[in-house]
Ligand binder design. Structure first.
Ligand code: PLP
Length: 358
């Protein structure tokens, strides 16, 4: 399949202040789009970032078949573009597609889109410290009929935005014991739009109460911790690094996996298991709660300074050389090829597919 490339007439890049990027606002000039017509993938193209024409009967809007991914590209010290662990995002996207009864994406298509988008908008990937290019692949259902069914037609798209260093100010967290993000047998492990829609009200209430984020708990007893709004959580007690196991209700974060692998390589004892909020409060009472931090592609690694559970708070006094800051630096060095990529996480952007320009 030949990719058609239509370039924008005028780049918007001169309007962007790369010293002062917000998250998700500085969308680059082009997008990659492919359509599944019920039989095959067609109309693969790079086109300017402009509105699409779609009908309001679009099934994604009514019945929620919509999934996405989030990954980052970096300009490394050799000025090459490296994408961090894209094969893992590809695999997770197809697991989400399976769960939501959607068409799966061919690996070749996913990587063709990433390569071409990063190449055509390479000027948006700056080498400034802390900056990166956030890539957002998404897949949504495009059947136009009202009967409830799994759509036959889909659009797969990737767009990207220049993003800066997420300010890693320490977070004040509310442990949620009323609303539920995910339950066993539900869609918690899929990166699907509806999970976010369902979480917004609880997040809004927590924000009005002065919290930065919510820590979700299990849906049955609201006793065991699960994850934050869009990041996973780790508890450090001496040399033991504990994180909730992923058994259907927790999103399997790729940053989570990177942290587990790095920590193990540093001889930390990593435990993936059930951890109750009572256990965390008990560790705090015994002064054995060393660190608490969150992990995700957007936020990378961010420390948590306060956990509030039904009105009672514990405070975590983190020192300077925290494990979370060490892990964050190590990850950063790998992403920028400053240190050996011993886990094989970087993917160097290349262009080898045929394309036609218009
Ligand atoms: C994307 C996401 C994460 C973090 O996953 P990463 O692969 O590390 O970016 C965690 N929780 C939820 C609910 C998410 O959607």
């Amino acid at each position: 399949m030949v990719l058609k490339i239509t370039k924008c007439e005028k780049s918007r890049i001169n309007d962007v202040d790369f010293n002062n990027l917000s998250f998700g606002k500085e969308i680059s000039d082009h997008v990659f789009i492919a359509e599944f017509d019920g039989n095959s993938w067609i109309n693969e193209r790079i086109q300017p970032y402009t509105p699409l024409q779609l009908n309001i009967s679009l099934s994604a809007l009514h019945y929620g078949q919509s999934i996405f991914e989030g990954l980052k590209a970096f300009r490394d010290i050799n000025n090459q573009i490296q994408i961090f662990r894209p094969i893992d995002n590809f695999k997770r996207m197809n697991l989400s597609a399976k769960r939501m009864c959607m068409q799966e994406i061919p690996e070749e298509l996913f990587f063709k889109g990433l390569n071409h988008l990063c190449n055509i908008d390479k000027n948006w990937i700056s080498n400034k410290q802390g900056n990166s290019f956030y890539l957002r692949p998404l897949l949504f259902a495009t059947d136009e009929s009202l009967g409830v069914h799994a759509s036959k037609k889909y659009i797969f798209a990737i767009f990207g935005c220049a993003v800066g260093a997420y300010y890693s100010k320490s977070l004040k967290i509310k442990v949620e014991t009323n609303f539920t993000r995910a339950c066993i047998g539900g869609t918690g492990e899929a990166k699907t739009a509806g999970n976010y829609a369902a979480s917004l009200l609880a997040a809004k209430i927590a924000s009005e109460q002065g919290f930065d984020q919510i820590l979700w708990t299990d849906s049955i007893e609201h006793k065991y911790i699960e994850e934050l709004g869009s990041s996973n959580i780790f508890i450090l007690s001496d040399k033991n690094l504990i994180t909730p196991q992923t058994s259907g209700t927790v999103l399997k974060g790729i940053t989570r996996d990177s942290v587990i692998k790095l920590a193990k390589s540093m001889n930390y004892n990593v435990e993936e298991r059930k951890i109750s909020i009572d256990e965390i409060f008990e560790l705090s009472t015994q002064q054995k709660l060393t660190e608490v931090f969150a992990t995700g592609t957007a936020a990378t690694i961010v420390s948590i300074k306060e956990l509030n559970y039904n009105g009672n708070s514990i405070f975590i006094n983190q020192k300077n050389d925290t494990l979370s800051s060490i892990l964050k630096n190590k990850l950063d060095e790998i992403k920028h090829s400053k240190t050996a990529d011993i886990f094989g996480w970087n993917y160097t952007v290349k262009i080898n597919e045929p394309s036609t320009s218009f």
